[in-house]
Design a protein around this ligand. Sequence first.
Ligand code: S3P
Length: 447
Amino acid sequence: MPQAKPLRSSAAGALTGTARVPGDKSISHRSLMLGAVAVGETVVHGLLEGEDVLHTAAAMRALGARADRDDDGVWRIHGVGVGGLGEPAQVLDMGNSGTAARLLIGLVAAHPVTTFFTGDASLNKRPMARIIGPLERMGASFVSRAGGRLPLAVVGSAQPVPIEYRLPVASAQVKSAVLLAGLNTPGVTTVIEAEPTRDHTELMLRHFGADVRTERLEDGALAVSVTGQPELTGRTIHVPADPSSAAFPAVAALLRPGSELLLTDVGMNPRRTGLYDTLVEMGADIVFENRRDQAGEPVADLRVRGGALKGVVVPPDRAPSMIDEYPILAVAAAFAEGTTTMLGLKELRVKESDRLAMIADGLTRCGVRVEVGADDSLTVHGTGLAGRPRGGATVATAMDHRIAMSFLVFGMASAEPVQVDDGAFIDTSFPGFVTLMNRLGARISEA
Ligand code: S3P
């Protein structure tokens, strides 16, 4: 576990400049995993070199693929072909990453190998029963800690069977775990989702040559099917900048009057952009310039100008498209004029931390009035930019990178500086966060 690294953020002036935040985390994980089961070389430009993704790279090597980084930061993956993964000699440590753990467990569940998975204290608390259930139906078996927690062992099936599975929770990780198991399963594996979650797995599987179909069902749900045992061919991938990471400088600029930032190359997959839709509804001045397609994923440059925001109601059906962005939205809401209510946040309780509790606790410590509803809603009473929330507190982060970054943004605009108890986990998703933010005008330092 990295050593705790307290950080302090003090009032910043206007933010100006141009920045490209690091590569998309979801797409980076998937490019390593699919590259590892493709035939030939996959070349990845702009891979996120955060700790979560580096754990995936190490795991793919342990499973028999090659994953090398050129001096210029380009990654080259030499895959073993679908069905070709070998049994790792050691326990796979997925660090802080739920995505890495869940997707990889799915991938190995349909290989005749036994794999042991563990993670850090945060990951080992997170629910894995949601993937164990469908993967057992496909023929894998598991030994896990109580409640389906890591560490766990998965005995992959030598003769996996395809299933049709309706997701009980809106989760791209669960959908992806089943689809990746379906990859080495003869026949057609189908996942049905009532609410559309991020579709990077589907898009990338197609990019590598798999037959992936989507069909709208009568009840409005979406059925996603993959035909098993395709020959995947190594591809070139350009990873867009992560919209979930761009959210931090974007909101910081909105909160500092006079700011003008250009955030380049930001992924604009419509299943990821709920935060930006919400900010625009709140009155944010964000212009999406130079919209284009990059290897199957839409991207744009975001021009963000500081200015007043107003409170809104965020409907529950928007949650899947902004599931990682509620901490930073809650910070924006604290500085908005009026009340913001966010509905349908149950899944926030099983992220890197209980994010609903950590947001409410941090905002309260910083002098913001908040209410958490019994229905897992969050209401934030904003002060407006002129009223300025107080800040002046140390916020607990519970090993959660996004809680840490959100409250460092809070401290850029509050009356008094904000300290976070541990910024070490920021490196899981946004290496170089402090340097990038300070270059744009933030004042974040070691506490
Ligand atoms: C992710 C899916 C989401 C998200 C996570 C990344 C993915 O998790 O919170 O950061 O890459 O598939 P859930 O599927 O558990 O909602």
